[in-house]
Design a protein. Structure first.
Ligand code: AOS
Ligand code: ZN
Ligand code: ZN
Length: 381
C-alpha cells in the first residue's frame, strides 16, 4: 500500500546542513546555528519530529569530531534519531593539495588512508553501517600526474578500507565530474566508481549525488543500471541549476527527482539498502526549515512515483503504445499528492503541515536566543 511505503521511508539529513555554509565568496552567518555536533543532532531531531521520516543523521569527520562517539550516538538516541553515514574528509588539509589517496607521495596517501580507517572506527563506536567516500582528488593540467598510476593508488586505498569493514558495514563511493580538480578527477563518473566497487565485492556500492553530473545527464538511467547490478548504495539528494549547487532537493527540477524515484521503485530499490540522503547547504534560507522542505520534496516525488500504475504501464509498453505508456507516467507526476502526504502525517500522529507546525513551535526563536557564536558547517571553514 502506498501509504505504508511513505510511512516507512527513511530520509537521512546531513549534520553540515545545520551549520553555516556559503560559497567561496561569502559565508553568511545565521542566528541560532549549532555550536557543536550535539546541537546539530538536536536540530536534525526537529526535522524528524515534524516529518516523521528523517530519523537518521549523517556525520562528517572532522567537522563533527568529538571525544566520545558512543556518547554522541547515545545523545542522538535520546533525541529520537540515530547516526547515519559517516562522511570522510580527505580534502581540507594542506597535505592534500595534490590529492589524498591518489597523491604521488606515499606519506600523504598513508595519512589519508589512516583517516578513512579512523572513520570505520567511528562507525563501530556510533553503530553506523555506512561509510561515504568522496575524493576531491584529481589534476588540473594535462601531464600533471599519471592518470593510470592514480587509479592504481585509488584501488589500493579502497581495498584497504574494504578489508577493514565489519560484516554489517559497507562503503559508498561517490563520484563527481569536476571540482575542485578541473582537468581530470580521479572518480569522475559512475562507471569509474562502479568498476572499483565491482572488483571489491558486495560491501562496496556507488552513491549518486544528483548534483555531480554534466548538464543533461540522464541520472535515472544510471539509477536503473546500478540497481540492476546491485550496486546502487544510495543518493546524495540536492538540486542544481548549473553545477554542484547543493540547493534543496526537488527545488530546481522536481520532475527529475520523480523520474529518479520511478526507477528506484521500479528496480526494487525502495528498501533500507538504498539510502536516501540529503547533501545540501542552506546558504541563505533558514536551515531547519530548509531541511523540512527538502524532506517533503523527496516525499512528494516518492509518492508520485509510487502512484505510477505499473500494470497499465506494462500493458502499454508491451503493446508498443508510446503515448499511452508516457501518459501513465505523466498522470502520476501530475497528481497532487499533498493531501495523501497530509493523511500519512496525520496517521503518524503528526501535524499535516510540517512547515507551519515547525514555525509555530518556537524552536527557532529559542535557539536564536540561546546559541551565540554558532559554528560553520565546514564548507566555509
Ligand atoms: C562533495 O561535493 C560531495 O557532494 C560530498 O558528498 C559532500 O558534500 C561532502 O562529503 C560533505 O560531507
Ligand atoms: Zn555528495
Ligand atoms: Zn557535492
Amino acid at each position: 500500500m502506498i501509504k505504508d511505503s511513505l510511512r516507512a521511508q527513511v530520509i537521512e539529513t546531513p549534520s553540515w546542513a545545520y551549520g553555516n555554509s556559503g560559497t567561496r565568496f561569502k559565508v553568511f552567518a545565521q542566528r541560532g546555528v549549532p555550536r557543536d555536533p550535539f546541537e546539530k543532532l538536536a536540530d536534525a531531531a526537529q526535522v524528524h519530529a515534524f516529518t516523521g521520516v528523517a530519523p537518521q543523521v549523517a556525520l562528517h569527520i572532522p567537522w563533527d569530531r568529538v571525544d566520545d562517539y558512543a556518547a554522541l550516538a547515545a545523545h542522538a538516541s535520546g533525541l529520537g534519531v540515530r547516526i547515519g553515514a559517516i562522511n570522510s574528509n580527505v580534502f581540507q588539509d594542506d597535505d592534500y593539495m595534490l590529492g589524498s589517496v591518489t597523491h604521488p607521495d606515499a606519506r600523504v596517501r598513508a595519512k589519508a588512508l589512516a583517516h578513512l580507517l579512523d572513520c570505520v572506527d567511528i562507525m563501530d563506536a556510533t553503530g553506523s553501517d555506512t561509510l561515504k567516500l568522496w575524493f576531491s582528488d584529481g589534476i588540473n593540467y594535462p601531464g600533471q600526474d599519471d592518470i593510470r598510476a592514480r587509479q592504481d593508488r585509488l584501488a589500493e586505498a579502497l581495498g584497504r578500507v574494504y578489508e577493514r569493514l565489519g560484516d554489517n558495514q559497507r562503503f559508498l563511493l561517490e563520484y563527481k565530474l569536476f571540482e575542485p580538480a578541473f582537468y581530470a578527477t580521479d572518480v569522475p563518473d559512475w562507471g569509474t566508481a562502479y568498476a572499483h566497487c565491482l572488483k571489491l565485492g558486495p560491501k562496496a556500492q556507488v552513491v549518486v549525488d544528483t548534483g555531480h553530473h554534466a548538464p543533461g545527464t540522464n541520472i535515472e538511467f544510471i539509477v536503473a543500471f546500478l540497481l540492476r547490478e546491485g550496486k546502487l548504495g544510495g543518493f546524495d539528494f540536492n538540486s542544481r541549476f548549473y553545477a554542484d549547487d547543493d540547493l534543496m532537493a526537488g527545488a530546481a527540477d522536481p520532475f527529475q527527482l520523480f523520474r529518479i524515484m520511478v526507477e528506484v521503485i521500479g528496480g526494487g530499490g525502495f528498501t533500507e539498502d538504498v539510502a536516501f540522503m540529503l547533501d545540501q547547504c542552506h546558504n541563505i534560507e533558514p536551515k531547519i526549515a530548509g531541511q523540512i522542505r527538502s524532506v517533503m520534496n523527496v516525499q512528494e516525488a516518492t509518492a508520485k512515483a509510487l502512484l505510477v500504475d505499473r500494470e497499465a504501464l506494462a500493458v502499454a509498453q508491451a503493446a508498443g503504445d508510446v503515448l499511452g505508456a508516457n501518459a501513465v507516467v505523466m498522470d502520476a507526476y501530475n497528481t497532487d499528492v499533498r493531501p495523501l502526504l497530509a493523511e500519512v502525517r496525520t496517521d503518524l500522529g503528526l501535524d499535516p503541515d510540517p512547515m507551519a507546525a515547525y514555525a509555530r513551535s518556537g524552536y527557532f526563536e529559542k535557539i536564536a536566543a540561546d546559541r551565540v557564536g554558532g559554528a560553520q558547517a565546514g564548507w566555509g571553514a
